[in-house]
Ligand binder design. Structure first.
Ligand SMILES: Cc1cc2nc3c(=O)[nH]c(=O)nc-3n(C[C@H](O)[C@H](O)[C@H](O)COP(=O)(O)O)c2cc1C
Length: 407
């Protein structure tokens, strides 16, 4: 090559002093964000996000089930302008995606739920604040996100539980989702092994960890003390302590009472079978949030995506279907839509982004997922989410029996 040609190939990228921007620039998938989160977080904190119940069979089954579906694309359709927008529960979303409620979010990053809500708002997507959140209902509403959801664990202390519902309504939350798959806490073996507590304790091991992960510990120790902002639960907690506050006697009658109390849209989060979905619809819910809690509750549970079609066939178009559990790629969202879901939610996927790079990391996680969905739709030959849903059986087919697509 001539010197001029060599010179034309030289690219010297300047060093970006901003940590979060550097992390985002080198993360090209949710898997990359997960690796960054693992590097930044103390092991027990990473395990709290990353782990599942017991042998983590459900957690792995969710991923494997999503990957069993194969694409059979159309060609020669004008896909220059794919449109990801969808109406769900009366709101127009920029894409069929939302950010699922996750408890104790500030343990991953000092900005916690505020960063997640701001990221979701900037991308036109809904976000659900958990009952176990580390910011209050009102603080989150203060971000100005116009489409917040509130996730309710019905508490043994029904006065406190009802007060949360009323506060969410008063603060303008449009959707209440009642989680119904936690009559007992899942056995999170990783948390038991690592001794994860909320907040994390400054044990000798944690003190050693400060030397290894000064970034995490400095930001945490500078921030206000971590607490469950909505639960009257001061002190130190294991996950088991917190789940013991949830009411295991919850029944269908309670759902009808909540339906009467809550003025907005109502979802149940956690039913999986068609019979429960039909019952939920007759109790007046607006949508089924099909979920096995990302494999954090009942191990050996059916994969959530496998229940989309049976539930859709059972309830028809009477209620929305929102799928979570295992979504790590835009192609997963395409599969869920093709099977009959209206939208997907993602839990760990955005938490990895939050832990790795705060609000910028959550925005990046969203952009990765929506970018992947857009490209998948283009390569499939569809231009709208409605088209993908309508022709799902033609475009998305099961892998041949026995074909292995392990995660
Ligand atoms: C760290 C963490 C905390 C969670 N906390 C809650 C919670 O407080 N309430 C709830 O209904 N679901 C909670 N979930 C479950 C999520 O809402 C969602 O169902 C699950 O993460 C989806 O699976 P995925 O992580 O594979 O996307 C939590 C999940 C994680 C990873």
């Amino acid at each position: 090559m001539k010197p001029g040609e060599i010179r034309a190939l030289v690219r010297m990228r300047g060093f970006d002093a901003d940590h979060d921007r550097r992390v985002v620039a080198r993360s090209h998938s949710i898997g990359d964000l997960r690796r960054e989160a693992r590097r930044r977080l103390p092991q027990p904190v990473f395990g709290y996000a990353d782990g599942g119940a017991d042998e983590e069979l459900t957690m792995r089954a969710n991923r494997a089930a999503l990957r069993r579906w194969l694409f059979r694309p159309w060609v020669l359709r004008d896909v220059s302008e794919p449109d990801l927008q969808v109406p769900v529960l009366g709101s127009g979303l920029a894409a069929p995606l939302g950010l699922a409620p996750t408890g104790f979010t500030r343990v991953f990053h000092p900005d916690g739920e505020l960063a997640v809500a701001r990221a979701a708002a900037s991308r036109g997507l809904p976000y659900g604040l958990s009952t176990c959140g580390t910011h209050t209902i009102e603080e989150l509403a203060g971000t100005g996100h116009p489409g917040l959801w509130f996730q309710l664990y019905v508490l043994r202390d029904r006065k406190l539980s009802d007060a949360l519902v009323d506060r969410a309504a008063a603060a303008g939350y449009g959707v209440l989702e009642v989680t119904v798959d936690t009559p007992a806490g899942g056995r999170r073996t990783r948390d038991l092994r690592t001794g994860f507590t909320a907040p994390p304790m400054l044990t000798p091991r944690a003190l050693l960890d400060i030397a290894v992960r000064p970034g995490y510990w400095t930001s945490m120790l500078r921030a206000p003390a971590l607490r469950y902002a909505s639960l009257a639960a001061p002190g130190l907690h294991t996950i088991a302590d917190i789940t013991a506050m949830f009411d295991p006697s919850l029944s269908w009658d309670d759902i009808e009472v909540l339906r009467a109390r809550w003025p907005g849209k109502l979802l149940l989060k956690g039913p999986l079978g068609p019979a429960d979905a039909v019952r939920a619809v007759s109790a007046g819910v607006d949508g089924i949030h099909l979920s096995n809690h990302g494999g954090r509750q009942l191990d050996r549970c059916v994969a959530a995506v496998d229940m989309v079609r049976p539930v859709r066939e059972a309830i028809g178009e009477q209620a929305a279907i929102i799928l979570d559990s295992g979504i790590r790629h835009g192609a997963d969202v395409a599969v869920a839509i093709a099977r009959g879901a209206d939208m997907c939610m993602v839990g760990r996927g955005y938490l990895y982004g939050l832990a790795a790079a705060g609000q910028l990391g959550v925005e990046h996680a969203i952009d990765l997922l929506t970018g992947e969905l857009r490209r998948t739709m283009q390569l499939l030959g569809v231009t709208t989410v409605a088209e993908l849903r309508k022709h799902g059986d033609e475009l998305v087919v099961p892998a041949a029996p026995g074909a292995s697509r392990e995660p």
